[in-house]
Design a binder for this molecule. Sequence first.
Ligand SMILES: [Mg+2]
Length: 265
Amino acid sequence: MVLSLDSLMIVTDLDGSLLDHHDYNWDAASEWLTRLKQHQVPLVICSSKTAAEIIPLQKRLGITGAPFIAENGARVVLSGAHTAPTEPSDAYRALCQTLKALQSHFRFNGFHEFSDAEVARFTGLTLAEASQSRLREASEVVLWRDDEHRLAAFRSALAKHNLALTQGGRFWHVMPAGSGKGMALEQIQQHVAQQEGKARITLGLGDGPNDIPMLERADYAVVIKGFSKTPVNLQRSDTQNVYHTAHVGPHGWREGLDYFLAPTE
Ligand SMILES: [Mg+2]
């Protein structure tokens, strides 16, 4: 299948997709990034990372000003110049208060309870990156320390506060109910269609269970081979529009674009 680069939009997960799971490099994808830029194909980052983490990364990728989805869909940023937040939002502080009350019933810890150094230690991020990952606006990252079977009860307790639980690559994410990567993508698709007067064909790439709603929503989906124990099984019947890669990380990312788009010259 060969999709045209005209009126295309790429939506991508970061960790384990565009970025290597271990060292966060994207070398294997760089030829494609250059080509997408030449053809003015919007590259929409769709990640569990915060806006404070994504904005500097967009700069390094050369896509400053593109719309993006942060915090697993809890935060949607439409196009335009953005300034990275310098402190956690009030909504996030309120969310942490709710979680604090739930800690009398469940054993878990949120990112807000740790220092930058602690977060750096258990994520492998640098100190500066850990600090950016803690500048949260709409969701909390949770380290579950209770039994696995208690997760269902935790979900129910969260639902009473209009909150939902999503599994990320490494941690759990507590976010407002009704938000997620799929709904966030829909919002961006509508925004772009409105701005340009017509909808773009979307090609989504992701490797984890939290990418499923985004991969279901995209016109074409690349399921990148991942490290997660939970398989990424899509429910869509148009299997010809879904491609599973043999490679992991940015190599799989390139493989997916090679499959759906005309190969680079
Ligand atoms: Mg991932």
